[in-house]
Write a protein that binds this ligand. Structure first.
Ligand SMILES: *Cc1c(COP(=O)(O)O)cnc(C)c1O
Length: 331
């Protein structure tokens, strides 16, 4: 067990998030036992996985005296919306660098960014924070104390949120006398998967981590597994855990990238509809809908034993359902 008490952490999430079964979906699939971990219910500004990362990222920002948070993402970024909510809750300003151009009518996460009082900078094709340094520099020059929150909140500090989350899951499973064989979730900027891997080592939870890749854009250097290994090693070091990770420690399913980032296809539509109609559980069009489509496909192809227990980690994102209305429901 590791002790993260020395790391600055600002409480932002309602924890622990619920863990429950999906009995009607189990029946539908005739297959493995299914649990869901509800990180869509972390609470802050409609919740999601970034809130766990932000507890440590904002903790570090406050410790260094920041008065404005600056981050970047797609126009419908859940990370940006949760960062804007964290800033609002703590009396900080927030600047968001969003990909694309301003739509005629703000909707979904973008609507919430505005309601939460964030200042939006439109960045065209640069949706991954290419202009962060420039905006941070300009704010500093204007006498502000900006703190840059990385794209997706995915650095070692942010990943600590998922180190802690695995301890939380372990405790819930122990109390319930349950075990899980595999954990399936959406993996994109990597902080979630890297943090989970470190957290599992730290607390001795033994299950297969199956990341469903969401965004195919190649990352510099060694590709996505290399990026995850590097991030996990940095996270372990920060957590004071004596553990090493390499590319073989990461299972990533690359077969569900569909039409690319943010493009809803038949597979995502089916998964979103099935979870909604069978369980009253709302997924999102960009991340969890795609991850659930991957889960369904893997189950249908016999990737898991029929008597295994799978955990679907719901990472949030439902505010983006609304701007995708036209792609989700035939009118
Ligand atoms: C950001 C996000 C993810 C991916 O998490 P990473 O840590 O970036 O891999 C998954 N689901 C939702 C809803 C997200 O907003």
């Amino acid at each position: 067990m590791i002790d993260l008490a020395a790391r600055p952490r600002t409480p932002l999430a309602f924890l622990p998030t619920p863990l429950h079964r999906l009995p009607r979906l189990e029946d539908e699939l005739g297959g493995p036992r299914l649990l869901v971990k509800r990180d869509d219910q972390t609470g802050l500004g409609l919740g999601g996985n970034k809130t766990r990362k932000l507890e440590f990222l904002v903790g570090a920002a406050l410790a260094q005296g920041a008065d404005v948070l600056v981050t970047a993402g797609a126009a419908q970024s859940n990370h940006c919306r949760q960062t804007a909510a964290a800033a609002a809750a703590l009396g900080l300003d927030c600047h968001l660098l969003l990909g694309g151009a301003p739509p005629a009518r703000p909707d979904g996460n973008l609507l919430l960014d505005h309601l939460l009082g964030a200042t939006v900078h439109w960045c065209g094709s640069e949706r991954k924070g290419e202009r962060l340094a420039a905006v941070v520099g300009a704010l500093s020059e204007a006498g502000r104390r900006p703190c840059e929150i990385p794209y997706g909140g995915s650095n070692a500090t942010g990943a600590l949120g998922y180190v802690v989350a695995m301890q939380e899951l372990k405790e819930q499973l122990d109390v319930a006398g349950q075990r899980v064989d595999a954990i399936v979730f959406a993996s994109s900027s990597g902080g979630t998967q890297a943090g989970m891997a470190v957290g599992m080592r730290a607390c001795g939870l033994d299950a297969e981590l199956v990341g469903i890749r969401i965004d195919k854009e190649e990352v510099a250097g060694h590709g996505y597994p290399g990026q995850l290994a590097g991030l996990a090693n940095a996270t372990a070091q920060l957590a004071g855990l004596d553990a090493r990770f390499d590319v073989d420690d990461f299972v990533i399913e690359e077969g569900y990238l569909g039409g690319g980032y943010g493009v809803v296809g038949a597979a995502e539509r089916e998964a979103i509809g099935l979870f909604a109609r069978r369980e009253g559980l709302l997924l999102d069009p960009v991340y969890t809908g795609r991850a659930a489509a991957g889960l369904l496909d893997l189950v249908r192809h016999g990737r898991f034993d029929r008597d295994a227990t799978l955990l679907f980690w719901h990472t949030g994102g439902a505010p983006a359902l609304f701007p995708y209305a036209g792609e989700l429901v035939a009118s």
